[in-house]
Design a protein around this ligand. Structure first.
Ligand SMILES: Cc1ncc(COP(=O)(O)O)c(C=O)c1O
Length: 334
């Protein structure tokens, strides 16, 4: 089975020789006193930030959990649907959670969000952008309006940018109530090493540091990630490959099936489809050895999501989708 259900990277960023060299020179018998700081410096340099603006953890999952614990008392507001872990971690720590409802076509209207912020008065508002599962990226004016609203009510705005490397980079003016969350699990290809980063102003980062462990991350993960960010030319090339795979995936669905089901425009490494035919195609693809993401949540049963695979696997997927399409056309004419 080829798994295209978790939006992972199908490729790894480092070759075996480089990995061997990092592993054999990492003093893993010792506590990692310096490695975390080195990683922050390399990451900050790559994105032109300051290390004091960063906190890292075992995947953005852990950062979401930390936010649920440390953000001021009060409900968290998010979108419905959005990344499921927001709900899961809110439930873990008994933080009330409220939602902004999607429109019929899985979109969110700025006014609906602003109105819900007024109603709920959340301690913080968290949303993924680009959005999971629709794949849509909301623009800077949309984000700025939400940020301003959260500032007005004295709350925080957390933008989960897990898929931003596949979308369009933007500069939002940093301020203590704005947090940008990133992961190395997608475009950087190290999901198994578990590394996520939060970016804000130093004062907000210090607030979250209050619940940090003495050694927040393991030394191998840190040293591998530091290597990645210190080799910026190779890393930007790796991201370009990821973006090309995302384009290859989108083209398959746009070219062969967009006229018989909803294919959401995507600025991520996945494509979301919807409708009766989408479910049919999803089953067909599953029977041919690719595992897409199906949803059993109420109201999401007719959605099927596919994430990127290698060039060769995507060629295989294209063949399967074409085959399904030909059968669909025959069934229409008989
Ligand atoms: C929107 C979003 N945020 C965060 C994550 C989790 O990332 P990590 O692997 O860093 O925990 C995912 C993973 O699918 C995601 O879709």
């Amino acid at each position: 089975m080829i798994y295209i259900d978790k939006n992972e990277s199908p490729i790894t960023p480092l070759d075996n020789e480089t990995m061997t060299s990092i592993i054999t020179t990492t003093p893993y018998n010792l506590y990692p006193d310096e490695a975390y700081q080195h990683f922050k410096e390399a990451y900050a340099q790559f994105y032109q930030l300051s290390p004091a603006q960063l906190i890292a953890a075992n995947g953005s999952d852990e950062l979401i959990q930390k936010l649920m614990l440390i953000m001021p008392e009060g409900p968290v507001l998010t979108l419905n649907p959005d990344f499921f872990m927001y709900q899961a971690y809110a439930a873990q720590v008994h933080r009330p959670i409220e939602f902004v409802k999607a429109t019929q076509n899985l979109d969110f209207k700025l006014n609906d969000i602003l109105q819900r912020i007024d109603e709920v008065q959340p301690s913080f508002f968290i949303m993924s952008n680009p959005h999971n599962p629709s794949g849509k990226q909301y623009d800077l004016s949309f984000l700025t309006a939400i940020a301003n609203k959260m500032k007005d009510i004295g709350g925080y705005f957390v933008i989960d940018e897990a898929y931003l490397d596949y979308g369009d980079a933007y500069q939002i003016t940093m301020s203590p109530h704005i947090l940008r969350m990133r992961t190395l699990s997608k475009a950087f290809g190290i999901a198994g090493l578990r590394l996520g980063v939060l970016i804000s102003t130093p004062e907000t980062i210090q607030l979250i540091e209050r619940i940090e462990h003495p050694y927040p991350l393991n030394v191998l993960t840190l040293n591998i990630a530091t290597y990645i960010f210190e080799h910026d030319k190779e890393t930007w090339q790796f991201i370009a490959i990821q973006r090309a795979l995302a384009q290859q995936l989108r083209t398959i669905f746009d070219n062969y099936v967009a006229d018989v089901m909803t294919v959401y425009p995507s600025q991520t490494n996945f494509v979301l489809t919807q409708g009766e035919q989408a479910q049919h195609l999803g089953q067909y693809i599953l029977n041919k050895g690719f595992q897409p993401r199906f949803y059993d949540e109420t109201g999401m049963e007719d959605l099927v999501r596919y994430s990127i695979a290698t060039v060769e696997q995507l060629q295989q997927l294209e063949h399967i989708v074409k085959e399904w399409r030909a059968q669909y056309d025959i069934s229409k004419t008989t």
